[in-house]
Design a protein around this ligand. Structure first.
Ligand SMILES: O=P(O)(O)O[C@H]1O[C@H](CO)[C@@H](O)[C@H]1O
Ligand SMILES: O=c1cc[nH]c(=O)[nH]1
Length: 290
């Protein structure tokens, strides 16, 4: 099928619409970060940088570390941006921009998110790290795509039941990490977790500044959720979208969370920059030695 100019949108130089990248600009090993300023905090560790491009909040640096070609891409905040980033990264490798047709031989990207997050269990200290094994999406992005995801229907139903989830909100969906990619991050410094991806930072994460969250005692309620031996560990705003679209598009994805806030104890990291920098170094060491 030929993709029309309104579906596959290319800029005048042939680059993809939002990411502003040409197919040759990206590596097959990708790190995503939310914060555009974090891109150079990652690429500062590269041995060399080949490409620096960007548009809006989507900044990309591609370079080499220990002989491995890596791209680091900022997504900005939220799963609406993840929809753009994942579709455009996939188009860069799996659609021929000249013929506007999907390629027969598909490339499988390895995508690692390095993000920040808030813990909801008392025993998860600030500045610790969580690798998301299961992502629970409150964002609804998956529901806009045809899918047959049903591995976690029972757990989703149980979540709706235990938390009295309002029918006014989209049904939470659960997606698993890519186990093969996760294996390279094995370390006693990192724990596996169940991460909820929320549609906002304040009300949707149970924060009440001047307006109140409609879900009273939100963090306590989801912290109390139990399914077999599982409990929810942390909250952030992108992982479920990354896992869901990676699975649909045939890419491998994992999400590393640097815990900056603990919502149960009320703490916030006193040294967030250093803490994220440590996680970046840890991740780059693992990724570049593969
Ligand atoms: O630090 P990043 O990667 O942006 O991740 C977290 O921080 C932002 C909120 O402050 C959200 O994007 C959340 O997911
Ligand atoms: O509490 C937090 C901290 C970082 N990022 C989030 O989304 N929530």
């Amino acid at each position: 099928m030929h993709l029309s100019p309104s579906e596959l949108i290319l800029n005048a130089d042939g680059s993809i619409y939002h990411l502003n990248l040409l197919p040759q600009d990206i590596a097959h090993t990708i790190i995503t970060v939310g914060d555009p300023d974090r891109v150079s905090e990652v690429s500062d560790h590269f041995d060399s940088i080949e490409i620096k491009k960007g548009k809006r909040e989507f900044i990309t640096h591609t370079g080499h570390l220990n002989g491995k070609r890596i791209s680091v891409v900022s997504t900005g905040i939220g799963t609406d941006n993840i929809d753009i980033v994942l579709n455009e990264l996939d188009a860069l490798v799996n659609i021929d921009f000249d013929t506007r047709k999907v390629r027969k031989n598909r490339i499988r990207l390895k995508i690692t998110r390095i993000g920040t997050s808030g813990a909801i269990q008392k025993d998860i200290p600030v500045n610790s790290w969580i690798l998301t094994e299961l992502a629970i999406g409150f964002d609804g992005l998956l529901h806009f795509y045809k899918n047959d995801f049903n591995e976690f229907t029972d757990m989703e139903d149980e979540f709706v039941r235990q938390t009295h989830w309002s029918p006014n909100k989209s049904r939470p969906y659960i997606v698993r990490y890519d186990e093969e990619l996760a294996d390279i991050f094995g370390s006693n410094r990192i724990r596996l977790g169940v991460t909820t991806t929320n549609t906002g930072f304040y009300g949707p994460q149970g924060r009440n500044l001047r307006i109140s969250s409609s879900f009273e005692h939100f963090t306590e309620s989801i912290a109390d959720f139990r399914y077999q031996d599982r409990q929810i560990t942390n909250l952030e705003m992108e992982t479920s979208g990354i896992y869901a679209l990676s699975k649909l598009l045939g890419h491998q994805a994992i999400s590393l969370n640097c815990i900056l806030a603990n919502r149960a104890t009320g703490e916030f990291s006193k040294n967030p920059k250093e803490s994220v920098q440590e996680l970046i170094k840890f991740a780059l060491n693992k990724i570049s030695s593969q």
